[in-house]
Design a protein around this ligand. Structure first.
Ligand code: ATP
Length: 504
């Protein structure tokens, strides 16, 4: 009815304008623009309020089938989490003791370490329905919509639990820092409302409710979170989910190769050794990439070489077709050989590969591993790392008597190590407060260390100068030198010359 009247009125106005001699075209264009904007607004807010949310919850709110056994490593985090979850399982007992229920668990750690997996396993372990959302889904919300979404999230989780005849529900909020960041001044007003609503809902959780709700949140930036979120009675259980150590990497790799045809020569222990610093997600991606390489090679089985290539792919990105001149290739080879020589000198057996194929931003690279996972460094160990970084530039200087722009990243990395060295009180400055000693003093000390280490690197490379010509020819021909091939060359050239080992 209303529609009919408005169409009638619009037509009459248009006819009247025509009669007066005005063109109705601009009005029509304006009407179309307004109509489109209105339609866009309606469809977005419709999706955000209710409709999209319910769909999402319906999709995700059954009990997940991921168990703790399917998460590699993280033994301590899993144990801590299970202990906290036991409170949810034995509700009657905790009520007896008058213990308040755990309302929130915060999982913190680098991206891809398995926080979402842990939350799903928590729901599986406690036989709870699982409702997942992410802080970033609250970005660009209209005022009040975020808070409404939080209310719906809790309400729908409870409804789903009842429907599935479960007496608990786990709400998982990934990237909690997006809505739970520290509140300063009048910024983030909309996020404030969302966060306040979350806190209100959490405060409303009691142990005598028919459906017990537990909120599990994940973040990579725990330091950014508002203290209101972390106070007792809210997210007061903090569990860190760190990068996997070597043993954990072995078990994650085994888990993700279980359904893949591995060849006899595939050495998972070795791959784990060479993937220090990889997250669970990167390890999963590595196994997948290795399988793709095997498929492309028409190989029935996934060999060690496929896994090794996959490390490069995950670490450095896909090979690029960057065209380089012969001169550039030679210089890159010399540069990389410099890194490799010093890396072997620092830790014999540490070089896994020297490669001349451009990947990501790099024109060549050396893959070396620390031998064993390391979390503490002495001054000597940090200095060794700096020397490995400087060795590319020093090798160029030795052969060409000049250096190129290719060492820029190496210098950045070297200065990072030196900063750590100074801030940890390991430099000649002694133990310092970096804010009090002043930038100039830090700069002067850093420059002194850099100069000293650069000279030592140059001196060291001179002792091995005979290796370069030999290795350069092979590298230019083969494009890739495996760690073993490189060590063979080192050994061969050392025995056929008077090279001396000056440390290590
Ligand atoms: P983000 O912080 O980026 O959200 P996350 O820490 O939540 O990441 P997940 O989404 O849980 O990481 O992990 C991504 C994928 O990585 C998983 O689906 C799984 O395949 C793999 N993965 C990560 N950690 C592990 C692990 N410990 N064991 C087995 N697989 C893992």
């Amino acid at each position: 009815m209303g529609k009919g009247i408005s169409i009638g009125v619009t037509l009459s106005i248009l006819l009247f304008l025509l009669y007066l001699g005005f063109s109705p075209l601009p009005l029509l264009v304006l009407a179309v623009i307004v109509g489109m904007a209105w339609y866009f607004f309606q469809s977005r807010s419709g999706a955000q309020i209710g409709v999209g949310q319910n769909k999402r919850l319906q999709r995700k709110s059954s009990v997940p089938d991921v168990s703790f056994e399917e998460i590699g490593g993280h033994a301590r985090s899993k144990k801590e989490l299970k202990e906290a979850l036991d409170f949810l399982i034995h509700r009657d007992r905790i009520q007896q003791y008058g213990i308040r229920p755990i309302k929130g668990i915060l999982l913190s750690g680098p991206p891809g370490t398995g926080k979402t997996l842990m939350a799903k396993a928590a729901a599986h372990y406690t036989d709870s329905v699982f409702a997942a959302t992410s802080g970033s889904e609250f970005v660009e919300m209209y005022v009040g919509v975020g808070a409404q979404r939080i209310r719906e999230l809790f309400r729908d989780a409870r409804t789903q639990a009842r429907k599935n005849q479960k007496n608990s529900a786990i709400i998982f909020i990934d990237e909690i820092d997006v809505i739970g960041g520290k509140r300063e001044g009048s910024q983030h007003r909309e996020y404030d409302q969302t966060l306040n609503q979350l806190l209100t809902e959490m405060d409303g959780i009691t142990s005598d409710q028919e459906v017990q709700v537990l909120v599990v949140a994940a973040t990579n930036r725990k330091d950014m979170l508002d203290s209101a979120l972390l106070r007792p009675g809210r997210f007061d259980r903090h569990i860190s989910v760190d990068l996997p150590d070597k043993q954990a990497r072995v078990s994650i790799l085994k888990m993700h190769t279980r359904n893949k045809p591995l060849a006899e020569d595939a050495d998972i222990e070795r791959i784990a050794l060479e993937t220090f610093g990889f997250s669970g997600a990167q390890l999963e991606s590595l196994t997948n990439e290795a399988a793709i390489y095997a498929l492309r090679d028409n190989s029935r089985l996934i060999g060690h070489e496929h896994l090794s290539r996959a490390i490069d792919k995950v670490m450095m990105g896909e090979k690029t077709d960057r065209e380089t001149t012969r001169e550039e290739r030679e210089r890159v080879a010399i540069h990389e050989l410099g890194h490799a020589v010093v890396s072997e000198w620092v830790r014999s057996g540490s070089v896994s590969q020297v490669s001349l194929s451009p990947r990501g931003q790099a024109l060549g690279y050396v893959r070396h591993h620390p031998g064993q996972d390391r979390y503490l460094y002495t001054r000597k160990q940090l200095e060794d790392q700096v020397m490995i970084c400087l060795a590319g530039a020093a090798a160029e200087q030795m052969i060409y008597k000049n250096r190129s722009t290719g060492a820029q990243n190496d210098y950045e990395q070297a200065t990072r190590y030196i900063r750590t060295l100074m801030e940890a009180g390991l430099s000649d400055l002694g133990i310092i407060d970096k804010d009090l000693v002043g930038k100039e003093m830090l700069h002067a000390e850093s420059a002194k260390i850099l100069k000293d280490l650069y000279e030592r690197t140059e001196h060291l490379l001179q002792q091995y100068s005979h290796v370069f010509q030999e290795a350069l020819d092979v590298l230019l021909r083969e494009e890739v030198l495996s760690g073993d091939q490189f060590r063979q060359l080192l050994k061969y050239t050392a025995s056929s010359s008077d090279a001396v080992r000056i440390g290590g």
